[in-house]
Structure formats: structure tokens, C-alpha cells
Write a protein that binds this ligand. Structure first.
Ligand code: MCA
Ligand code: AMP
Length: 517
């Protein structure tokens, strides 16, 4: 029986010369470190052997909240290799958020930054986790100290397509976050499709500047490079100047729109600087047509915009080359997210569950080998999000034009996308409503020049209470990831409501639409 472990597929794509460079770090304050393909193989083997030695139950969750580093990527690959389930957590998450994720996922192993060991280990041990390791972004911590005592050869765990590989938590429009369960088959099929659709070349070099705790940086970028045996230039955090400098030796860049906006602010962005590049890819949030056009005129390159979700990985993409399924069209159309990827069934439906005519707007539903197997321990929620014929309801609203291009025009889910991160107003409102003196609140997204969209909170005080904006923000900062904090908070006497008494968020958005732009 062939082994369908994703690690095996990735490993099979390593180049013949295992001593060539697989990853080179780009750090303004230190000389770059180089990791060969052999290093990746040996380091993942040592970590996988360490995980094996813990004699964990099959499909154990390995929850990881650490700063971005090559070793953190190696830990992800080692988790696949050992056959466990990777659970990445945004480093911005605070105590209450981590407590929920660990309580819900019941990981067998938790890996955290050395500086957070005190509070994270307390949460983990209380939740029944037996093993807590640390991993710093400078190759320090107990994880690597333990791993060096293990052998550097390891036979990858036998896996099938339906076996779980990762759980990604996505916030919910109501209630708490849901863990999207992705299988080896989901991840492999999507990586293979993207390798072909984005025309990866033998000599491609990827600039990796995204965080590695979400789909974009962890799966799309890392799998993309590894499954093509391509070198990565690895930035621990996004730095527009460093990206520009390295464009002369790279060919592919992936970013959320905020990264493109920030690079456009650099005078050094010129056609000459970008001449060596082959492909600029954008996603995770809508790319403004102004950004798309300005990038073209400043660099000569047309950004390729694509669309995806944690539950589905990538769904659609503008073409990289002629797409034979769409009369050989090659145009990357600004404002659209392109065509459904090969293997992805995508349809646009009305509220009654019927397909809308071409060009008309409706809810986007998808089906395919990339679509997740459900929400962790939430069978009812999972059932609600799928149609009887097996399509996943994305919550995005869009249309397909006569040429086959998909455009996202909005969302039926109450969601703010800020700098590529998702913020669910219901979650923030829940926290604000718990604050002393607060009667009610509403959080809405408004346009922002840097982050695309940011949250603004409108808060009603209980009778006789004087609330203070800065105090509310400061209290939230101690409880929630920083990107979720509303950028402004207004104390108001009332909120606009419709006849049913529901808060009219569209009116609030209109009222505050020019707060930042
Ligand atoms: C940082 N801040 C933010 C955000 N990031 N505020 C709103 N939205 C954000 N995204 C705030 C912090 O709270 C802080 O505020 C101040 O900015 C500085 O924080 P810092 O961490 O230094 O910011 P930064 O380093 O400049 O980060 C901005 C960033 C980052 C580089 C744009 O947010 C980022 O890497 N975004 C990419 C997200 C991503 O990878 N998304 C993919 C999801 P204060 O000073 O007040 O505390 S995957 C996905 O969506 C799907 C599947 C898909 O299709 O890909
Ligand atoms: P996440 O929950 O982090 O997986 O975010 C998924 C959501 O990001 C999707 O449902 C879309 O609303 C949004 N998204 C991703 N890519 C794009 C894009 N290119 N344009 C508009 N929205 C996008």
C-alpha cells in the first residue's frame, strides 16, 4: 500500500542534490543561515523520533504557539512525518484564547515560546496535556535540546488520504472558534494543483515573508516551494525593504494586500528591482483595484489574485498561463479572484438554494478534494455548513462572469478582514459586553489605508455609568490578540435598529466609513 502521508510527497520532490540550499534566512541584524535539503530531512527525522518516543496516541494534536523560525516549520513537517495532527496558533493570541484552544483540542503536546512557558504550561497541564516544550526563534528551547538525542533517520508514519494532518481554528460568527480539520489528502491535492496552475519552474525561488500559523504562509507558501524542490528566502517577519532587496535573486512572492500596499510606499520599488521576479500572488483579503493597477505601473508585473479559506485551502485563482478550460484565457483580471482551480466545483446560489443565472450575485458554495472533513468535535455545526449534495457554504457572496471569472462582492458572514487576519465582530462584542458598565456594543469594519479594513466599536453604557474609550481598548488588549482590537471605540447613546430591533450594521459602517480614509 503506498504511503499517502503528505510528508512523503513533499520529500519526494526534494532535489537530487540534497546539499543544495533549501532555506536561507534573511535577517537585517544577522548573517543568513542556510539549511540544505539534507538538513530538513535529518531535522524532521530527529523531531519525529522525539514525538515517537513520547508514545502518543495516534492522531495526537501537537499545538504550537511559537515565533516564526525555520525550526518551527521543521516541527510542522516532523508532525506530519510522525503521523500526528499539527495545530498552529497565532502568536498574538492571549491567555483566554489559548485556554480555549487547548481546552477544546486537548493536545498531547504543546510547544510554546520560552518566554511564555510559565502561563502556557499551566494552562496545558490543567487541561491534561502531558508534554510541554519550548522553542525560541533563535534555536533555543527544550524541544531541540531533547531532539538532538534522537536519530536522524525515520520512516514516515503510514497515512491515507482521509487521515487528519492539521486543525486550523477559525473564529465563528456566533460562539467560539471552530477547528477546521484538514486531511493529508486535502493538503496534497491542493499543493499539486497549485504547483501546476502557478507554473512552478525548476529554478524558482520563493520569498517567504508571511506568518506560518495560517493557511497562506503555512500551506500555500511552504508546500508550494517544497513540492517543487524550490529554495525559500525566509524572513522572520515582513520587512518591505528586505523583500525588495531580495527580489533580485527570487522569482515568486506571496502576500496579503497590506504587504503590497507597504511595498508600494517604498521608493526603491522599480521595474529594475522586480525584473528577476516571475510571479506576485495576493490573497487572504480583497486586493483593491488601485493597488493592482499601481503595482503594474510601478513594477511591470500583474499581480495574480487568488481566493481561499482555512476550511478549503485554495479555491480559485487567476491564471498564470493560458487556461485550456476557459478558452485559453491568460488575463489576470484585477478585482476578480479568477477561475475555480482544477478539481474545484464552485457554484453561486440564491437564498432558496437554486443556482443564480451567470453574472448574478449569490452565495458561493464549493466542493472538491481540498474541502475539509469538518469542524473538530462539532458534527452539528459541520452538518449546517454543508448542503445535502456535499457543497460547503463559504459565507462569501460573489458572481461568475460570462468569461468564467469569479468576483467576491461581499460576505454573508459578519466578518472583518484586517491585514489578512479574520476578526469576527461577535467575538469582540462578547468581550466588550462583559466589561463593567457596558450595556451593549456593536463592532463594524471600516476601510483603512494600511490594513484594508479595521474594526470600530460602538458601545452603550449602562445608565449612570461613564465609560472611557481608552480604558475599554486597554482592557481588551489584555484579553485578545492585538489584531482583533478595534482601532477606535465610541461611546454612544443608542444604536440604529430595524423594525425587528436588529442593529443596522450597514448604517454604522456608512457613518464611520471615512474615519481612516
Ligand atoms: C498588526 N496590527 C494589526 C494587524 N497586524 N492591526 C490590524 N490588523 C492586522 N492584521 C497592529 C498591532 O495590533 C499593533 O497595534 C500594530 O499593528 C503593530 O503590530 P505588529 O505586529 O508590529 O504589526 P506588523 O508586523 O506591521 O504586522 C502587520 C502585518 C501582519 C505584516 C500585515 O498583520 C501580517 O503578517 N498579516 C498577514 C496575515 C496572514 O498571513 N493572513 C493569512 C491568513 P498596537 O501597536 O496598537 O498594539 S490565511 C487566509 O486568510 C486564507 C486561507 C487565505 O486565503 O490565505
Ligand atoms: P480564513 O478564515 O482565514 O480562512 O479566511 C477566509 C476568508 O478570507 C474567505 O472566506 C474570504 O472571505 C476571504 N478571502 C480570502 N482570499 C480572498 C480574496 N482574494 N479576496 C477576497 N476575500 C478573500
Amino acid at each position: 500500500m503506498s504511503n499517502l502521508n503528505l510528508f512523503v510527497t513533499l520529500c519526494a520532490a526534494f532535489p537530487q542534490d540534497l546539499d543544495s540550499v533549501a532555506v536561507e534566512t534573511v535577517d537585517a541584524s544577522a548573517p543568513g543561515l542556510r539549511y540544505s535539503w539534507r538538513d530538513l530531512d535529518r531535522a524532521t527525522a530527529m523531531l519525529a523520533n522525539l514525538l515517537d518516543s513520547l508514545e502518543l496516541p495516534p492522531q495526537s494534536r501537537i499545538a504550537v504557539q511559537v515565533e516564526k523560525s525555520v525550526e518551527a516549520m521543521v516541527l510542522y513537517l516532523a508532525t506530519l512525518r510522525a503521523g500526528h495532527v499539527f495545530l498552529p496558533l497565532n502568536t498574538a493570541y492571549q491567555r483566554a484564547e489559548i485556554e480555549y484552544f487547548i481546552g477544546n483540542a486537548e493536545p498531547a503536546v504543546v510547544v510554546c515560546s520560552p518566554k511564555n512557558f510559565g502561563w502556557v504550561s499551566k494552562i496545558a497541564f490543567t487541561a491534561g496535556t502531558r508534554h510541554v516544550f519550548t522553542l525560541g526563534d533563535d534555536r533555543t528551547g527544550s524541544l531541540l535540546e531533547r531532539a538532538v538525542h534522537h536519530g536522524d533517520r525515520h520512516t514516515p508514519a503510514q497515512k491515507g488520504d482521509d487521515d487528519l494532518a492539521a486543525i486550523l481554528y477559525t473564529s465563528g460568527t456566533t460562539g467560539r472558534s471552530k477547528g477546521a480539520m484538514l486531511t493529508h489528502g486535502n493538503l496534497r491535492s491542493n499543493a499539486l494543483v497549485l504547483r501546476d496552475y502557478w507554473c512552478w519552474q525548476p529554478d524558482d525561488v520563493l520569498i517567504h515573508a508571511l506568518p506560518i500559523f495560517h493557511v497562506h504562509g503555512l500551506f500555500v507558501a511552504i508546500h508550494g516551494a517544497l513540492i517543487n524542490g524550490s529554495k525559500m528566502l525566509w524572513l522572520s517577519s515582513f520587512d518591505p525593504k528586505a523583500v525588495l532587496e531580495r527580489m533580485r535573486e527570487a522569482t515568486v512572492f506571496m502576500g496579503v494586500p497590506t504587504l503590497y500596499v507597504r511595498m508600494l510606499a517604498e521608493p526603491g520599488l522599480t521595474p529594475q528591482q522586480a525584473a528577476h521576479m516571475r510571479l506576485f500572488i495576493s490573497g487572504s483579503a480583497p486586493l483593491l483595484i488601485e493597488t493592482f493597477n499601481e503595482w503594474k505601473s510601478r513594477t511591470g508585473h500583474t499581480i495574480l489574485e487568488r481566493y481561499g479559506m482555512s476550511e478549503t485551502i485554495m479555491l480559485t485563482s487567476n491564471p498564470c498561463a493560458a487556461d485550456p478550460r476557459h478558452s485559453g484565457q491568460t488575463e489576470r483580471r484585477g478585482g476578480t479572484v479568477g477561475f475555480p482551480l482544477p478539481g474545484v466545483d464552485l457554484r453561486v446560489m440564491d437564498d432558496a438554494g437554486l443556482p443564480v443565472p451567470p453574472g448574478e450575485i449569490g452565495g458561493i458554495q464549493v466542493r472538491g478534494p481540498n474541502v475539509f472533513s469538518g469542524y473538530w468535535r462539532m458534527p452539528e455545526k459541520t452538518a449546517e455548513e454543508f448542503t445535502v449534495d456535499g457543497f460547503f457554504k463559504t459565507g462569501d457572496v460573489g458572481r461568475i462572469d460570462e468569461r468564467g471569472y469569479v468576483t467576491i462582492v461581499g460576505r454573508s458572514k459578519d466578518l472583518i478582514i484586517s491585514g489578512g487576519y479574520n476578526v469576527y465582530p461577535a467575538e469582540i462584542e462578547g468581550f466588550i459586553n462583559e466589561l463593567p458598565g457596558v450595556a451593549e456594543s456593536a463592532v463594524v469594519g471600516v476601510p483603512h489605508p494600511d490594513f484594508g479594513e479595521v474594526g470600530v466599536a460602538l458601545v452603550i453604557a449602562k445608565p449612570g455609568v461613564a465609560l472611557d474609550e481608552s480604558q475599554i481598548i486597554a482592557t481588551l488588549k489584555a484579553q485578545l490578540a492585538n489584531f482583533k482590537i478595534p482601532k477606535r471605540c465610541f461611546v454612544v447613546r443608542e444604536l440604529p435598529r430595524n423594525a425587528m430591533g436588529k442593529v443596522q450594521k450597514n448604517l454604522l459602517r456608512e457613518q464611520h466609513t471615512h474615519l481612516f480614509v
